[in-house]
Design a protein around this ligand. Sequence first.
Ligand code: SF4
Length: 317
Amino acid sequence: MSSLAISLLDLEADAGVCFEAEDYQKRPGKWCAGCGDFGALNAVKRLLAKEQLQPDRMVFVSGIGCSSRFPHYVNAYGFHGIHGRALPLASGIKLARPELDVFVVTGDGDCVSIGAGHWIHAIRYNMNMVVMLLDNNIYGLTKNQTSPTTPLGYSSMTSPHGAQLPALDPLQATLGVSNASFVAQTADWVPAHLYATLEAAYDHPGFSFIRILQRCPKFTPDIFEQAVKDPARTELLVHEDGVDPPGLEKLYEARREHDPKDIDEARSLARRDDMIRLGVFFRDDSLPVYEEVRAVPKVTPQEKINRLNKEFERYAV
Ligand code: SF4
């Protein structure tokens, strides 16, 4: 059975109320100590406060997994959906209520595995929403099973002798889909970068896909350990059309000017595995947004009934 949770709002949604970041926290997050999901939640709350988003004008949609508990912790409408189906749910919400801000929270065991078909087509539809893929390289909620992004050779409960397939790279996959319009990568342990990336994604008109490298101290404690300890292993992609948060220059000295309009360079950078790269790989703000351009015939309710009756009559026996 799916679990459906429509949050009741605690906050006054009247215009004029000034929201602080903590006003958007519905209840404390139930994740393990040190889990990277906390950093994502903090960045989201900061963004909501900066934009002063009304809790009754936004929806957080998720699938199943540790990170998919997100909607329970944000003061907004929430839909904790079924495994892999966050994106079709979010697309339906956006089609029915295009004026709402829609945020999708999904994980590698959710979006990149059972939800992969929906993921590919959601990119192609380019509907206006922010999609956060919290990628910890493992199934955490179901206790340590190999996911599509688990590195080759990494052992888990289901692959005790190590993962036998090369990891699926969500950046490369997204950049390969027709109509991709915003693709970025950030990391939970670089909060300034995470926040700046979320800001840019929210400003982008279209499907904003952010892969957030997420620490899971419970099951994959070593995967990002070296990157966290040694900033020289990370390169920041910077550009005036991308993100370049102040204050990171001293810690992250490896910086590369990358024009996010250059899809070929974006794909080439995503393919390289010599360093972790954080930044906006690609964006094109000019691509058509599905909910704005789709042709919807204007018909009255009575005309709809007449059409339906006509169809029924065709098949009457
Ligand atoms: Fe976070 Fe991993 Fe714990 Fe899940 S199992 S809450 S991803 S640390």
